[in-house]
Design a protein around this ligand. Structure first.
Ligand code: ADP
Ligand code: MG
Length: 419
């Protein structure tokens, strides 16, 4: 049995015309001999009646105390995908394709009990396989699973991508297709960089970095699971014919043009995250215990910190603005002096080709300083350089770096190195 998993995001199932496009994609896959498993997100965006944010807001407005239990939040949010799965499956049936909707729990997704950001710890494929054998298209509600005790969990924002890949890995699917509202993974978010271009082929590693750094077109956990199980992934537009972006383990060797076959781009793409606050903590050089205590307290509160620079008398790091007041309460409690710079954004330049290539950071600094954009902090790992800037500089910073590294040019022109 040749299985394919096809995941459709919120904007791809938002209305009946779009759901007819989904039917076309399912039919095409069946004509190619695949047994499709369809994964759907909740229909539409905030304001649409059954969208995730609408359900969330319903809870926030219902409970005046603002103290919704995490369990209730997950229960209500899981409904969005269940509604979407039932509507999609009945649309398929109405088009003459035998189909059945399953919740995450019914589809065999077992989660770890971590409300709001659960991980799938087991997948039991038997029921799903039985339906596929009898030639039914199974539509699975994404973004959710059930604990061994029977509690419903959600997987966090973008979690339907992860549901799709887990199904793909567990069912031994030939590939997982992620349908969305853009033509594939692009060199930057097209909403901010009009010159952004589709990338035909990427490695798991590069997409993982881009996704972790904020390219929300795919969830980072989905890419990690795909990488672990070597599941080929394709990201493409629901309505357009473009082939989309193929993600696999092979390197993104360009393989064409005057540089020969073993050349690759220095920079693959640029991702960004907004809503960050930079914290600067001052302390005496001999206060190592206090330093440890700060980071332990933040970790105990599950506040994730990033761009950490530690100097003897100064520690810099960033937190999400939504975690800022909790982070501040830690610093106040410990009696340290600190400064806050809110309204920050992080820009991350990602590329396999920058490994072992000196001077990329210098060029990032040059490009931004030419435009008088102030760099507040920086960090790097082997294929990523990140810089922190004020959020109001973000659109210009993205466009400047995109142009500077020639990302709008399909061949990358002179931006290539030996693989
Ligand atoms: P879905 O509902 O299909 O899951 P998302 O809104 O989660 O869709 O993701 C698609 C959006 O991701 C696009 O509309 C685009 O604005 C944004 N995006 C951010 N970075 C990128 C990128 N590098 N390539 C493509 N899209 C990106
Ligand atoms: Mg998404």
């Amino acid at each position: 049995m040749k299985i394919i998993v096809q995941k459709f995001g919120g904007t791809s199932v938002a209305n009946s015309a779009l759901r007819e496009e989904v039917v076309k994609r399912v039919r095409e896959a069946r004509e190619k001999g695949f047994r499709p498993v369809v994964v759907v997100s909740a229909m539409g965006r905030e304001g649409d009646p059954y969208a995730t944010d609408t359900l969330k807001n319903l809870m926030l407005s219902t409970c005046a105390c603002g103290e919704q239990s995490l369990r209730d939040m997950d229960l209500i949010m899981a409904c969005g995908e269940i509604i979407s799965a039932v509507v999609m499956s009945s649309t398929l049936c109405a088009s003459g394709i035998a189909s059945l909707a399953l919740t995450g729990a019914q589809a065999g997704m077992v989660t770890d009990g971590n409300y709001g950001s659960a991980q799938v710890v087991e997948f039991h494929p038997e029921r799903l396989l039985a339906h596929l054998r009898s030639d039914e298209v199974v539509v699975v509600a994404g973004f959710q699973g059930v604990t061994p005790e029977g509690e419903i969990n959600t997987l966090g924002r973008g979690g339907s991508d992860t549901s799709a890949v887990i199904l793909g890995a567990g069912l031994g699917a030939e590939k997982v297709e992620i349908y969305t509202d853009v033509n594939g993974i692009m060199t930057a978010d097209p909403k901010l960089v009009s010159a952004a271009r589709i990338i035909d082929h990427l490695t798991y590693n590069e997409v993982c970095q881009l996704a972790h750094e904020g390219a929300k077109v795919i969830h980072p956990r989905a890419v990690e699971v795909a990488m672990q199980h070597n599941v080929p992934l394709v990201v493409k537009h629901l309505e357009e014919k473009a082939a989309g972006t193929v993600i696999s383990a092979e390197s993104n060797v360009l393989g064409e043009g005057r540089f020969g076959e073993r050349e690759m781009r220095v920079i693959t793409g640029i991702a960004h995250t907004t809503g960050l606050a930079q914290l600067t903590v001052e302390m005496g050089a001999d206060e190592a215990d206090l330093e440890l205590e700060i980071f332990e307290c933040l970790a105990d509160l599950r506040i994730s910190i990033d761009l950490i620079s530690i100097f003897p008398q100064q520690k810099n790091f960033t937190v999400k603005e939504e975690d800022l007041s909790r982070a501040e309460s830690v610093l106040k409690k410990l009696g340290v002096s600190y400064r806050i710079n809110a309204g920050c954004a992080k820009v991350a330049v990602v590329g396999l080709g920058m490994r072992n290539l000196p001077g990329v950071m210098a060029r990032v600094i040059k490009a931004l300083s030419d435009k008088k954009i102030r760099i507040l902090q920086s960090g790097d790992s082997n294929i990523t350089i990140s810089i922190l800037i004020q959020e109001h500089d973000l659109p210009e910073a993205l466009c400047t770096l995109h142009e500077y590294f020639r990302l709008d040019s399909p061949s990358g022109e002179d931006e290539r190195v030996l693989a």
